[in-house]
Design a binder for this molecule. Sequence first.
Ligand code: FMN
Length: 229
Amino acid sequence: MFNETISVFSASLCLCVGLFTCMSRDAIALAMTGASGAPYGLRLLECLIAARCKVYLMVSAPAQVVLAQETELEVPGRPEAMRAFFAERFGAAEGQLEVFGRDQWMAPVASGSNAPQAMVVCPCSTGTVSAIAMGASDNLIERAADVMIKERRPLILVPREAPLSAIHLEHMLNLARLGVTILPAAPGFYHRPQSVQDLVDFIVARVLDHLRIEHRLGRRWGDGPEASR
Ligand SMILES: Cc1cc2nc3c(=O)[nH]c(=O)nc-3n(C[C@H](O)[C@H](O)[C@H](O)COP(=O)(O)O)c2cc1C
């Protein structure tokens, strides 16, 4: 009887550990850096949480300046306060959202042994594009991206700059050749957007498609009136 109880207990423990391990490796890392386009990153975070993804969030110091410039939000700078702020705003479940600071080298994203399922840098500054292309790994965002490349896991960058110089383009080409997805924050207009939110959702929808996460952000090409033209 005692032995049976022990084996049921250890089986459940294994199952729990198995589930926990699976959840950690299934996480999506989302980094927001200091390019214009904070609303893209915020909407993506909201959608990932709504899709019940485990999210590892990193927000660079310049991204916090951009957030203050482009939104009405007063986002706290410290990781734990930021986690509480976004968890409440987007209704994250207990443990669903973790926030890491620029030098938090003990975070799972810092190592290939515990790399997330995918990583998105949205928006992505040309500074961070350059650092990732050069393998600088000088802060946690750059290191996490470097890990994704070396582990050959999906990495999506959403750069925003105009015009793009040869430096920017060369970095992006090198990264694309390494398998990184370059998904510029350049929304289309063929879906006849009615609001800024429609434009934001256009880009976020493409990111979610690349993450293979179901969504209902706008209709797809061929599902609307253009299909009968
Ligand atoms: C309001 C604001 C808007 C900015 N917009 C852009 C931008 O659209 N693209 C870009 O590459 N950098 C932009 N920058 C400059 C970056 O924030 C800067 O290069 C910073 O060092 C990037 O650091 P990070 O990649 O670590 O966040 C902007 C800065 C500010 C304050």
